[in-house]
Structures are given as structure tokens and as C-alpha cells.
Design a protein around this ligand. Sequence first.
Ligand code: ZN
Ligand code: ZN
Length: 395
Amino acid sequence: MSQADWLEKDFYAALGVPADASADDIRKAYRTLARENHPDANPDDPRAEERFKAISEAYGILSDPAKRKEYDQIRQLAASGGLGGFRGFGQGRAPGGAGQAFDLNDLLGNLFGEQGAGQGFGQTFGGQGAAGARRRAGGARRGDDLNAEVTLSFEDALAGVTVTLRLTGSAVCSTCRGVGARPGTMPERCPRCSGAGVINENQGMFSFSQPCPQCAGRGEVITDPCPTCAGSGVEERPRTIKARLPSGVADGQTVRLKGKGSPGQGGGKPGDLFVKVHVDEHPVLRRRGDDLAMTVPVTFAEAALGANITVPTVEGSVTLKVPAGTESGRTLRVRGRGAPRSGGKGHGDLLVTVQVAVPAKLTKTQQKLVEDFAAMDDSNPRAHLEGLLAGGGAR
Ligand SMILES: [Zn+2]
Ligand SMILES: [Zn+2]
């Protein structure tokens, strides 16, 4: 039996089971029917043998999961109109048939075998082969990639955020819903190929087909084009989409959102959306890769004596230990309190640069204490400059 016959047969009906029957139900139905219709059990009924063959054939396909899957795909495609001219050559393409999710050529290639596309195929299945050729002529086209830009607050960029983007790109025409004909009119059957989409040439016993040049294989021509899309069925129009941006995106980074671009045509995949991200500056925090950096003032006493200070961050505050004798400008690292790393692998660090704040005004008592301190302090912070530069380190 040829697999091409699958299109004509209802194996589920042959076994009297629904299309979603389990493997068990199929086996039971087959056993019962095979017993009832076995030729040996019906010596006087010449049609019993026919029925028995049909039952065996149906069971042969439906009991094999891979074959059953292929058979189901074919039936689905036929039911959705996607096979168009399959059931009767010359009926033309079903309107909107371009929306099929499968590549029919792939499916036909599977079903009829790689050699099926050659001569034997054209000879035996004439019009059915044409459907494949027509498909190829129309071709699935991947949707365009689109670009968008978005500006995020520093906090949103760290946390991840869902943004609403307004895009302009090709979409199915809203006036004609992709048909291409002026509303109220219909595409007409192509006069050259009578709606088949292919021109057949007979050479000896073989028949070869090629896409019809007049209708480009569509089987129909648009005599009164849609005013919005000029017959293309595709329109450039703005649309809004929501997109989730991952946590930790950095300024200048481009995020690729798979499948969020323009819709594909003829069953093609949608394109991707590339979102260029701008991140607002933060008054205090800076990004350094996965790390966050900030400068934190401390008093002279905290720097000299050491202290635990509280530092606010985007995600709550952290307590930072400033060791005794910390110089101004020293950077302390708080592990794991930076920006989220891409791929969800934890966080970078928070880098806190300490800046010793000098009081602008001192009370009389404070001034006296500092003077007493200075009198006792014989350190020379400029000692290292001597010898490197002219002049002595004066105090
Ligand atoms: Zn249109
Ligand atoms: Zn044509």
C-alpha cells in the first residue's frame, strides 16, 4: 500500500474508534473486527476479505505510533484546508492557506519518501505533487527582525521589568485580513492555470509541473487590490507588545527577544525583537560590570577608630565594617550585594569607597581637642613624596 492512499482513507472509521482512541482501545477494536471479518469465518461472503484487509491496513498504521502521528498530521492539514488542491486537483488554494504551521514540502517528503518528489511522484499523484510545488513557490518566509529602544530606571534595570513597547513593523493587513483583495471582493481564479497554481507539462508518460508564472503559484489573482496593503496582505502598522527584560540589564546592552519580531508569512517563523536598553543614571550608584559602586562619607573618628556603618542600597541596607585606620579613598567590598549576574548566577559585589568627611565648622571645644591631637601627632603623611619631588616635606 502506498502512503499516498492515506489521504483517501479513514483508518479510525475502519476500526470504529474515535480519533483520540488509546492504543489499547485500538488493539481491542482490531481484535474484535478481525475475528468477525476473517475470511475463514465468512466463507460465503466475498466482501469479508475486503473488509478484513481494510481493518488490517488501518491497524498497521494506527498501532505504530510514528505512522499514526504522520497520518494524524495529514488529516489535520486536510481538515484545515491546508491541503487545498489535494482532494481534487484544480480546486485552488484555500483562502488563508498561507497560515499553515507546517512546511508541506517537508511533510510530503516524509510521507512519500525522498524519491517521491521525482518522476514517480509526478506521474502517480499529478495534482498532489503540484500542491507541494505550489507550496514551495509561495515559500515560508521568516518574519523580519525588529528593533526597539527602551529607557529604564536604574532600579528597574537591576530588578528586571516588563515594558510595553510600541513597534512599527509588518503585520497582517487589518483591512483585508491578509487576503490582499479590496474588502467585499475576492481574489479570482487565475485564468492561466485555472486556479491550480501550477502549469503541467506532459512528456511521454510523465507529467512535470511548475509554478504558474501569472499568479506566482497562488492559484488566484487579485483584480481589485486592497487599498491599505496594495494587495500584499501585509501592512506596516504600529503595535504594542509587552516584553520582560531580565534582571541586571546594563546601559547600552541589547536584549534579544526570540519570536517577538514581525510575524512570518506562509507558515514561516516570526522574527526576533532586539531591544536596546538605556539605563538612567543613579545619583549615588554606578554599575561596574556585575558590581555596584558607591562612595560613602565617614567621619574622621569612624575612619580612625573603626565603626560599623549602615549603607543604604537598592535592595535594603547593609552594615559595613570600617576597620580602624581606614584611609580616605579605600574601597571596601560587600560580597553578593551588587547587580544580578546574567543567567541567574547570583549577584556581583557592592564596592564602597570610603571618603573621610572633614567638618566645615568646629566648636571651640572641638577645635581645642583637634589642636591637642595635632600636637601629639608626629606622623608625616607626605614622607613618601620626599626624594621623589624637589623640596622637602615641610609640615
Ligand atoms: Zn490589505
Ligand atoms: Zn496561475
